[in-house]
Design a protein around this ligand. Sequence first.
Ligand code: UN1
Length: 523
Amino acid sequence: MAQARKALSKTAAKKSGGRASARASVKTYHNYIGGEWVAASSGEYFENANPADTRDVVGRFPVSTVDDVSRAVEAARTAADRWGKTPAPRRAELLFRLGEILIRHKDAYAADMTREMGKVLKETGGDVQEAIDCTYYTAGEGRRLHGFTTPAEMPNKFAMCVRQPVGLCGLVTPWNFPMAIPSWKLIPALVCGNTVVIKPAEDTPLSTFNLVKACEAAGIPPGVVNLVTGYGETAGRALVEHRNVRLISFTGSTETGRVVASACADRNAICSLEMGGKNVIIVMEDADLDLAVEGAVWGAFGTSGQRCTASSRLVVHKKVYKQFAKKLVERALSLRVGDGADANVDMGPVINADAVHKIMGYIEVGEREDGARLACGGNRLEKGEHAHGYFIEPTVFTDVEADMRIAQEEIFGPVTCVIPASDLEEAIEIGNGVRYGLSASIYTADVNRAFRAMNEMYTGIFYVNSSTIGAEVHLPFGGTKGTGNGHREAGTQVLDIFTEWKSVYVDYSGKLQRAQIDEVNFE
Ligand code: UN1
């Protein structure tokens, strides 16, 4: 994911012209450290601009330094003992209260999110709803957090396994799901008894601010949740490298994830990574084609294609290939691109100037590929209502070959590739032929083929007769190969990230019993 810098300023009204007074009224936000809202020690702020109209400055947020991160880590450390010893059902009560606050403010949070990152209001409402779902579902773990008991080898000996908090967690979160993804990390971390420092993406600090503000209102004690905004190379790096941070949970690009993983390896910290995807929809000749096209459009162009789970490859059986491509292009051309706050708009802008540069670069690469055909889109929209934002047309390449760069690399924009295949076997081979393994789907009426594809696609998520997007919070989320490092978020599986197991043996025989050595007398 591109991490472009937004304008840096010491004063809100820095820029001149007619906009100066508007800028003077731009709200200034602060870090949240040890229960206090505080400025960054740098005294500097970055501006968070609306990607649909960059003249609209959403807010000014602290450019945090190594010192600010250290202070936040210290606050989290101070709060850790008490929070870790608070009974989990009590911790969960505060989280249920948080859930209620999120419900009450859902519309306002969605509006803020659309303003700061561009996706349409329906989708930002979904993003907040996902945080609500995660909060309720995971808070329920306060009365479960199951361990297990198991027989011991020796008589008069009891064996069990319990979960314990890992301690202090650093959460580094992306801009494409700026409330849902922080919640996937924050809520389980808290219910498991950890304290946290969150560093949100610099493109979407407001949504994470809203989440943290709601934590404060829910009565989560000072120091348990800390927020530092700023840039990845400074604040993010300081958090990832801090020797007192026991665990880093990161969602973002595979490249940055590798840097995070090696920093964690250096100091033996736990590291959980969710990274890129190059997800595939397989369309067989017996599929309901209209349904498949709907799924492809939603998967490829929802969130302007800026989802790890986006349907960026559509592998279609040759018998229906032409028909599918025609319908897809028609639907793509019918999408209205504009400001996500407008209810008539289907697709919003992409996140920032770097993203435009990267996506347009890939479109050029696609146009240069021998054989691939730009079937629709391919342009940046810069006139009229699009003049001040980062808009790119929904773009479809057809006749794409599986090994072309546009079919291999994560573009993270509204660009999808249609690839022909002769049969299911070839479709699965193409589907698996990328470095990522997040999500895959098949459209078919044949249950045997659906199960075969389900079994043979090496991904963390699989759908039948549905798009590659739309994961629910009570099932594990994550991927194989370049997408992750073996962990899963959401579901109960996330508890294995945010707790460590403790095996407990209780010997009530009153004598020394040596495992693996003493023979048990059966009489
Ligand atoms: C992402 O793709 O970056 O499954 C997260 C979905 C959402 C989460 C997506 N619930 O599309």
